[in-house]
Ligand binder design. Sequence first.
Ligand code: FAD
Length: 472
Amino acid sequence: PIALWWIRRDLRLHDNQALAEAMRLARTVIPVFVLDPALLSSASQSRRRTQFLFASLACLDRDLRSRGSKLIVRSGTPVEVLERLACEVGARWVVAEADYSPYALRRDRAVAQRVDLRLCPGLTLQDPRELRAPSGRPYTVFTAFARSWWQRPAPQLDAVIPPPARLPPVEDVSSERIVAELDAFPVHVFPPGEAEARARLDAFVSGSDPPIFRYASERNRLDGAGSSRLSPYLRFGMVSVREAWCRASQLLERAPDEASRAGVRAWLNELVWREFYITLLYSFPRMVRESLRPEYREIEWDDAGDALAAWYRGQTGYPAVDAAMRQLAAEGWISNRARMLVASFLVKDLLLDWRLGERWFFQQLIDGDPAANSGGWQWSAGTGTDAAPYFRVFNPTKQGERYDPGGRWVRKWVPELCHVPDEFIHRPWAMPRAVQERCGCRIGREYPSPIVDHAVARQRAIARYRAARSAA
Ligand code: FAD
């Protein structure tokens, strides 16, 4: 018997439950990737993310060939491609890793009507369909979700599946060529493929003093140097979240002190956030389109215009915001702290609809993911699941001073500010004229003056949110 292993968000050979199931069912397993026009040509698709995906598919094909197999790539709607291919090669099953986004659920329902589709776990550690409050309703607050999440059996390292040493040959099946134009994304920042993903995980959790031990204190650095930078690889499943979890949680016993243990726990907690948003999107498919909290659906947003353009281009006059937006445009990735900061700025300081920012992020981010992105935006806008009150507004100056002290990161991304003295690096508008002249950065000339006054904007945002609440 023959099975198709339909690869979607699991571009890996290590710990792949769908691949293992396909090999259990059938003697011949044909790895297939479908170039789905509904995904590849959608308005919010990102060329950079597609290129990262294509380059990683090329890596997967190499890894498969080194084990005697190869990747088959076909374009078309998954229903048609899979039905035709199954018929062509005589496959009895199509095996895939389950995915819970609204589009994936629709697509898989349609495919299951035409072929014998077997879905396996692997995208998450716990099944999103099972994580419900005792009332039967989905969790909407992270702390309650996490509490119940931790009560479930923990994933075990000995369950992690090793990669197959050999795979059955795939003969006489035609495949399209994947063309990866590598200039579209910064290969030096995020090299594609499973080997790179594994090297990153290793670098983060192994050795006598792994970076994960310092995660609790370093994770908020605006330059992102304190976190794993695994998100693009977890996004496409180049590393299994189960393996990442098990390797990290093992360190809880080995950690030399409480600070290191706190680092490991904080990192594991982020993986639970990942599960939370996947589960939330499964329960509330409309969260990509509308505020989860009904009272904020009618907020009166300002009209997008010059302010939105200044935000896109990193020309707001707030150095930390501008550095983040320019890094995002250049590398397709910014730290979590930088994401929260620019999101808060767009929504609260500029009073622009969070969906404008969500869409921009989705087009720019290599790790762009509908669950984490809409979850993160709604958290920042205060329209989602966050327990924090609506009047929390990030102060872009203080955030910069706290998480990029000395301004090294800002200077890298906003070179106009390169020679600005440390004391003014996060508030350059406060520089006396003579200092501006001396450091070659005149405000309003080489670098813009702030497009809003944060103190005033904060009050305006609070009033607007309060009005929406009382109208609801
Ligand atoms: P680490 O800190 O090393 O964390 C490990 C992994 O946990 C990450 O790779 C990621 O898979 C997961 N994770 C960490 N934090 C979160 C979180 N808050 N929510 C969900 N998963 C998390 N993450 C995405 O993967 N895709 C997105 O499109 C995305 N959009 C975001 C938008 C906004 C406005 C905000 C505030 C956050 C967003 N995040 C998104 C979450 C988070 O910022 C990134 O996952 C993280 O910065 C990636 O860096 P890292 O791999 O070094 O993370």
